[in-house]
Design a protein around this ligand. Structure first.
Ligand code: SF4
Ligand code: SF4
Length: 450
């Protein structure tokens, strides 16, 4: 059988999934936890605690700062030390709430039992109630951008959801946290999908998984064998299949138009498996989003693995638990080697979007000297968005913002496929990111004036 995949571009980087069969461990509590107020797309959260306040696991620390925003909850019990600026994974100092950890006392409202709840057993859960619980719990997309989940469940005027697609692709090299989650919590993910389908008022759900995870495909197929509303879709391995638009194309054969169009404009609501799990916990267990699955990996890491981590834990503590920083020059990434962000400090905390800490050796991370473009068009042929990366990168480097806007730079999903494939080692993505950020700022300013 020919496996489905997306139709434009794509590459096949080395997988290096060295932690795939390492069962998840619960990470140790940190000595102090750092909670950035901006862990999502949209307005930063606004603190509701002050220095000296006592908090428990699950206590609200900061409320949503606007419609597109999300609250932040404490993952630890202890005392609020201060609200101050601290470096986060972006490399910038940003407002954070810092809590000194004392014991491990949880809010009593959180159901900590392992009993599996089902949607059928809870008829009181209306679509509106599900959306509200997801919003109150601070659930955001856990596979990348960190968009507040409740907003995706409320399509804009003119758009109508027809299905929910769960993203179990995990196409980024090295990362295995989603795979472990599927293997260890398939039942909860499936209830999470049921909740998302009910909230979106659709009766069709899909879970897209690449065929390099045959055990996860088999397990989920077994568990959904008698459910005609849910289809497990094995996909051919290709990067960046985990991109929302690529996944929609692969699973339901519809192409999402250029921004501002989003998947729901073609009928699909896409959520990551981690988000489906968080939705289950938020709605069924009254558990706010304060911990997540994270991979700590790298070829030279002594004991790489997958961890259930309290958010706010400094990444250094996880790296130390895995045997410490390998000798030599290393590059530490929040995320994987294709889309991850290089860290300036390992003191930065694990946040809602931290799916991996990847430590690359100097030889893996070292870039080759860029040479002149040989006009081979390889970057064009691999671009999953049908863009002309060499043109965008050149125009961006010349600060020709009008040109890059015309050439649709805002459609770039920053997958890095162009840079990965360029035989002349051009820093295409670096320049495209500069252009995209600038053009998006220009568009925002223009819209604000209107
Ligand atoms: S892949 Fe590199 S060398 Fe080839 S056209 Fe693109 S920028 Fe030029
Ligand atoms: S980074 Fe942007 S331009 Fe480059 S291949 Fe990905 S989508 Fe295309």
């Amino acid at each position: 059988m020919k496996l489905r995949t997306f139709r434009i571009g794509g590459i096949h980087p080395e997988e290096n999934k060295i932690t795939a069969e390492v069962a998840t461990k619960v990470a140790a509590l940190p000595t102090q936890a750092i909670f950035p107020l901006s862990q999502h797309i949209g307005a930063p959260a606004k603190p509701v605690v002050a220095k000296g306040d006592k908090v428990k696991v699950g206590t609200l620390l900061a409320e949503a700062g606007g419609f597109v925003s999300a609250p932040i909850y404490s993952s630890v019990s202890g005392t609020v030390l201060k609200i101050d600026n601290a470096v986060d994974a972006t490399g910038y100092r940003k407002p954070c709430i810092i809590v000194k950890v004392e014991g491990d006392e949880w809010e009593e409202s959180i159901d900590r039992s392992d009993k599996l709840e089902t949607v059928a057993a809870h008829p009181e859960l209306t679509p509106e109630e599900i959306v509200n619980r997801i919003k109150v719990a601070g659930v955001t997309g856990m596979g990348g951008a960190g968009f507040p989940t409740f907003i995706k469940l409320c399509p804009p005027p003119g758009a109508k959801a027809e299905c929910v697609i769960i993203n179990g692709v995990e196409c980024e090299p090295y990362i295995t946290s989603d795979y472990r989650l599927m293997m260890e919590h398939a039942d909860e993910i499936l209830v999470g999908l049921d909740l998302l389908m009910k909230a979106a008022k659709v009766d069709k759900g899909y879970i897209g998984i690449e065929d390099n995870k045959p055990e996860a495909i088999r397990l989920l197929e077994e568990k959904t064998a008698n459910n005609p509303n849910v289809e497990i879709v094995p996909l051919a391995k290709k990067y960046p299949q985990g991109g929302e638009k690529q996944l929609v194309d692969a699973v339901i054969r519809r192409q999402v138009p250029a921004p501002p169009a989003i998947p729901v404009n073609v009928g699909a609501i896409v959520q990551n498996v981690g988000t489906a799990f968080a939705v289950y916990q938020a709605v069924m267990k009254n558990k706010p989003l304060f911990e997540r699955y994270t991979t700590v990996t790298g070829k030279k890491v002594a004991n790489p693995g997958n961890f259930l981590v309290r958010m706010g834990t400094p990444m250094k503590e996880l790296i130390d638990f895995c045997g410490g920083m390998p000798e030599g020059d290393n590059k530490v990434l929040a995320g994987g080697p294709m889309m991850g962000k290089a860290l300036t400090s390992t003191e930065v905390p694990v946040c809602k979007g931290t799916n991996s800490i990847t430590i690359l050796t100097d030889s893996d991370a070292r870039r080759k000297r860029p040479q002149a473009c040989i006009r081979c068009a390889k970057c064009v042929s691999v671009c999953p968005m049908g863009l002309e990366p060499f043109l965008l990168a050149t125009a961006s480097s010349m600060h020709n913002w009008e040109k890059v806007e015309q050439e649709d730079i805002t459609s770039c999903i920053e997958c890095g496929s162009c840079q990965f494939t360029c035989p002349a080692h051009r820093p295409l993505l670096d320049n495209i990111r500069l252009g995209k950020t600038t053009v998006m700022g220009i568009i925002r300013a223009r819209n604000a004036k209107k």
